[in-house]
Design a protein. Sequence first.
Length: 68
Amino acid sequence: MAACVIVIEELRVLDEEQLRGCGDVCPFDAIRVMPGRVLVDAGRCAACLACMALCRGAVEVVTGWRCG
């Protein structure tokens, strides 16, 4: 039987203005607040959920399963 792991499929920004006010909350730099823009990189996300806890309603981590 193949092992399955949780994978990050997407970092979804729900409220960019609110996320801007949170500053750089991601310890893995998956979300970076820059002057004039917010950069997201799902490949750097470790699903620690710090962004969702500290910036409630501003971002959503979408996960899925990969088996094989």
